[in-house]
Design a protein around this ligand. Structure first.
Ligand code: PLP
Length: 450
C-alpha cells in the first residue's frame, strides 16, 4: 500500500521523496474519538484533529448512517430542484449564525466558500451602485484557501507562491493583530489592536474607499505566522466600525473557528460582531464529507433574487444532499453532546497545562489561543523571540519526537498548534501534554548538542 501511494498518490503538503526515506506515508485504517489506528495496528492521538476539522471526532456511526440513508434515497438533485437535507441545512445555518446571516450557498470546502464570498461581495457592491469597488483587503499572515482566486489573500511574503503568479490585481494587505509579534512593537494587546485597525483604515483611505469591496479576516487565524493569535476584545468591534464607515463589506472566514473550535459556536461571537458574509467548512461536517457554506446577510443576498440578477456561479457538487445530510447530523451531535462547551472547558485546561510547560522549557516563547485552537511558539531565544534558523530543522525534530510518543502533531514554522477533536477529555489532554513535555525535553537536548 505504501509503495503504491509513493508511486501514484499526490498528497497534501508532503514530498514523496522524503516520505519514502522516512517509511511514510502512514496508512490509517480506523479511527474513533481523537484516536486513529494505522495499518500496522499502532494507535495514535490525532492532536491536529485532521486539519483542525474533525470537530465531532472520528468514528461517528451516525454520520455514516446519515450519508448512507440519503445516498440510498436520492443522492443528487435534478437541475433547478433541491433535496430536503440541503434545504434543512441552509435553514439550520440561518438559525445558528449571528444576526441576519440568513442565506447559504453550500459548497464543498473552505476555498470554494471564500471564492464564492469574493464573487458575492464584488457583485453586491456593483449592484448597490458602487461600480468602482473591487479591491479586497486581507491581513498579513492569514490563509483563506488554496485555489487561485483566494491563494494570494493573506500576503504570502516568503516567495513560496511565486511560481503560481502573477498575483491578481486589487489585493490590499492589512496588519494582523498579533501582539506577540506586533508589527508596531506595541506595549499591550489593546494598543496592538488599535494600531492595526488604524493602519487598516489608513490603507482603505489611501487606496480610496470607493475602490474597496470587502475585507476578509478569520476571527482567530491558524497559519504558522499568526497561529491562534487571539486579538484584543476591542479589535473586531473597531474593525466592523471601520468597514461600516467606508462602505466595505466584512467577510468573516470561520472555516477553522466555526462550529465550536474556540469555545463558542462561531469565533466572531466572542466579540458580538455580525459580519456581512460568513464562510464555513471543516467542522460543518467534521470533514466526514466535503462541505462548506457561504452565508450571507439578507439585504445582500436579496440583490441576487431574480433571474436577471442571478449570481453566475455553479459548482456541480454544491449543495450536495449527501454531504448536507452529514452536516445536519454533525450539527445535531455537536449540540446534543455540548461539544462547544467541552471545547471551552477542556481547551482552558489544555492551555493552562501548556502554560505550565513554559517554566520547564526555555524554547517555548509563547502559549496562546482560545478553546481548542491553541499554539505553542518555539523560539531559539525567549528574550529576542528569534526563531530557530531553518537549518536546525526544529519542526522536523519536534514532529518526529511527537510521533515517537504516539502523537500526530504538526510543528510547521516553529509553531505547535494543537487542534484536536472537540470531544477530547481531560485525560486525553493529560496524555497529550505529558508526551509533549517529554518530546520538548528530547528536542531541546538534541538542539543543545548541535
Ligand atoms: C481559515 C481558512 N480558510 C480557508 C481554508 C481553506 O479551506 P479548504 O482547505 O477546505 O479549501 C482554510 C484551510 O485550512 C483555512 O484555514
Amino acid at each position: 500500500m505504501r509503495s503504491r501511494a509513493l508511486e501514484h498518490l499526490w498528497m497534501h503538503s508532503a514530498g514523496w521523496a522524503q516520505m519514502a526515506e522516512a517509511g511514510e506515508p502512514l496508512i490509517m485504517v480506523e479511527a474513533d474519538g481523537a484516536r486513529v489506528t494505522d495499518s500496522r495496528g499502532r494507535r495514535w492521538i490525532d492532536v491536529n484533529g485532521g486539519y483542525a476539522s474533525v470537530n465531532a471526532g472520528y468514528g461517528r456511526e451516525e454520520l455514516a448512517r446519515a450519508a448512507y440513508d440519503q445516498a440510498r434515497r436520492i443522492h443528487f438533485f435534478p437541475q433547478r430542484t433541491t433535496c430536503p437535507p440541503t434545504v434543512n441545512l441552509a435553514a439550520k445555518l440561518a438559525a445558528i449564525t449571528p444576526g441576519d446571516l440568513s442565506r447559504s450557498f453550500l459548497v464543498s470546502g473552505g476555498s470554494e466558500a471564500n471564492e464564492t464570498a469574493l464573487k458575492i461581495v464584488r457583485a453586491a457592491q456593483r449592484r448597490r451602485g458602487e461600480r468602482g469597488r473591487y479591491r479586497i483587503v486581507s491581513r498579513r499572515g492569514s490563509y483563506h484557501g488554496g485555489s487561485l482566486g483566494v491563494l494570494w489573500l493573506g500576503a504570502p511574503e516568503d516567495g513560496a507562491l511565486d511560481e503560481y503568479g502573477p498575483r491578481p490585481p486589487g489585493l490590499l494587505y492589512a496588519p494582523q493583530p498579533h501582539f506577540y509579534r506586533c508589527a508596531f512593537g506595541s506595549q499591550s494587546a489593546e494598543q496592538c489592536a488599535a494600531r492595526c485597525v488604524e493602519a487598516t483604515e489608513k490603507l482603505i483611505l489611501e487606496n480610496g474607499p470607493e475602490t474597496v469591496a470587502a475585507l476578509i479576516a478569520e476571527p482567530i487565524p491558524i497559519t504558522p505566522r499568526a497561529g491562534a493569535a487571539v486579538p484584543h476584545d476591542s479589535y473586531w468591534p473597531m474593525l466592523r466600525e471601520v468597514c461600516d464607515r467606508h462602505g466595505v463589506l466584512l467577510v468573516a472566514d470561520e472555516v477553522v473557528t466555526g462550529f465550536g473550535r474556540t469555545g463558542r459556536m462561531f469565533g466572531i461571537e466572542h466579540w458580538g460582531v455580525v459580519p456581512d458574509v460568513m464562510t464555513v467548512a471543516k467542522g460543518l461536517s467534521s470533514t466526514c464529507m466535503p462541505l462548506g457554506a457561504t452565508i450571507v446577510r439578507k439585504d445582500i443576498a436579496d440583490l441576487f433574487a431574480t433571474e436577471d440578477t442571478l449570481l453566475r456561479h455553479v459548482f456541480t457538487a454544491a449543495g450536495h444532499p449527501v454531504a448536507a445530510a452529514v452536516g445536519l447530523k454533525n450539527l445535531e451531535i455537536i449540540e446534543r453532546e455540548k461539544l462547544v462547551e467541552n471545547a471551552a472547558g477542556v481547551g482552558a485546561y489544555f492551555k493552562q497545562r501548556l502554560e505550565a510547560l513554559t517554566g520547564r522549557h526555555a524554547i517555548i516563547g509563547d502559549v496562546r489561543g482560545l478553546g481548542l485552537l491553541l499554539a505553542v511558539e518555539i523560539v531559539a531565544d525567549r528574550k529576542t523571540k528569534a526563531p530557530f534558523p531553518p537549518e536546525r530543522r526544529i519542526a522536523d525534530e519536534l514532529e518526529a519526537a511527537f510521533r515517537k510518543r504516539g502523537l500526530l502533531l504538526r510543528a510547521g514554522g516553529g509553531l505547535i498548534m494543537p487542534t484536536p477533536p472537540l470531544c477530547v477529555t481531560r485525560d486525553d489532554i493529560d496524555e497529550i501534554v505529558d508526551a509533549m513535555d517529554e518530546a520538548l525535553s528530547e528536542v531541546a537536548l538534541n538542539q543543545a548538542n548541535k
